[in-house]
Design a protein around this ligand. Structure first.
Ligand code: SF4
Length: 406
């Protein structure tokens, strides 16, 4: 019988890395929005929209968005992720990290339209958790997440088949996916006794998974997976990184059998910018500085920081800290800038002196927001995110497991 030889896939460069140079800067830390036409001139490839939106000035966009929001009233709910730019987050009825926003989406039954100012996987999650008649809209369809894109469903299905072949009769393996993944991967977890997690509840979901099977496949972020494994006492020698571009992820069958935690080779291009040298520099400049970072940072950075936790955790510790305290923060710059503005009695700064927003979150420009709201006001739904029925059902199982475990 002929052996089927799989074509080796080529690694891809994340959009966040390709577009980083377009918006990273050392000056103008405010990241103030320009017209969409000016932002396009940086060479980015975002979703096309009617030409009349390109030249509208940010203050005019703001005014028109306010009017549209007022006109749509309670038929419209806007959800905003903390990493959104100020000119967009100001319109969010509810703000949160991906966990909080998924809870909000699950609770909302009133609004006819949910405009999700975040990235694609979040809008998919909202569609899964809301009622079928509610319409979830992502203002710019090219607002993805490069970490989520590192785990394509075909690669993950190949990996899962291989792991079943090697481990299926040897204690099994439970798939745990980070919220930052496509609906199809959440569905794979749902139909294979797995679960979804966020950075707020990774520890609890790992603990749950280890009551269900001997091992965990965690994807797509190797760093959150490793940092969580360490908290649970899993040794680094019991963790393997699965390289989707190599046969069996780059490991032998024996090595896979010995592993307790298999980590997908994915990362966040924003959080892996933080380095231990930046922490050393912050400590040299401010003797009383506290360093708080997100667990998508590398283990070395997390180990050296004073504390680490989800976006909501970072907001909470800084907001509740004593006046006069000094914070060096390892997370997305739009949020760090906002924390600095909202806590004028404290010193809050980003560990990275280069201002580099998450370039996919940044794709939600207010012009896109106005475009979709204009459509809704005229009864036209632009950019609806709709997950197919089977994927929705299976992904919902994994999401509801998460909501019941934490
Ligand atoms: S900050 Fe990282 S994980 Fe979050 S949306 Fe951007 S690329 Fe994805």
């Amino acid at each position: 019988m002929a052996t089927l030889i799989k074509e080796p896939r080529k690694p891809t460069i994340p959009i966040t890395e390709l577009e980083r140079s377009a918006f990273c800067r050392t000056e103008d830390k405010s990241l103030k929005s320009k017209t969409l036409e000016e932002e396009f001139s940086a060479g980015v490839r975002w979703q096309k929209l009617p030409i009349e939106y390109l030249k509208i000035k940010p203050d005019v966009l703001s005014q028109r968005i306010h009017e549209r929001k007022k006109q749509l009233g309670t038929r419209l709910l806007m959800l905003g992720h903390h990493y959104q730019r100020d000119e967009v987050i100001q319109f969010a009825d509810l703000r949160g990290d991906s966990f909080k926003l998924s809870q909000y989406a699950a609770e909302q039954r009133e609004a006819e339209y949910i405009v999700f100012c975040g990235v694609h996987f979040m809008a998919e999650t909202a569609d899964i958790l809301t009622a079928p008649e509610q319409k979830v809209i992502l203002p710019n369809l090219t607002a993805g997440c490069s970490m989520a894109d590192m785990a394509g469903i075909d690669d993950v299905l190949d990996c899962w088949d291989d792991l079943q072949d090697v481990l299926g009769n040897d204690g099994g393996i439970i798939p745990v996916t980070y919220m930052n993944s496509t609906a199809s991967i959440k569905a794979l977890c749902g139909r294979n006794n797995g679960i979804v997690c966020t950075s707020s509840n990774a520890q609890a979901t790992f603990e749950w998974a280890l009551t269900q099977g001997q091992r965990i496949l965690f994807l797509p972020d190797q760093h959150l997976g490793r940092n969580t494994g360490v908290i649970l006492g899993i040794g680094l020698d019991e963790m393997l990184v699965w390289n989707p571009f190599k046969p069996l992820g780059g490991h032998t069958r024996e090595a896979l059998k010995k592993a307790k935690l298999i980590l997908w080779q994915g990362h966040c291009s924003v959080h892996t910018r933080f380095k231990t040298q930046q922490i050393e520099k912050a400590r040299a400049e401010f003797s009383d500085v506290k360093v708080v970072v997100h667990p998508e940072c590398t283990k070395e950075v997390v180990d050296m920081a004073d504390m680490n936790g989800s976006t909501e955790y970072i907001i909470k510790v800084i907001t509740e800290s004593a006046p006069g305290s000094v914070w060096a923060v390892g997370t997305e710059i739009s949020l760090v800038n906002r924390l600095a503005q909202e806590n004028p009695d404290k010193t809050v700064f980003c560990l990275d002196s280069m201002v580099c927003p998450c370039s996919t979150m940044y794709r939600i420009h207010p012009a896109y927001l106005l475009w979709v709201l204009d459509g809704l006001a005229e009864g036209v739904v632009v950019n609806r995110i709709s997950v197919d029925e089977q994927t929705r059902e299976e992904a919902k199982i994994a999401l509801e497991r998460m909501l019941s475990v934490v």
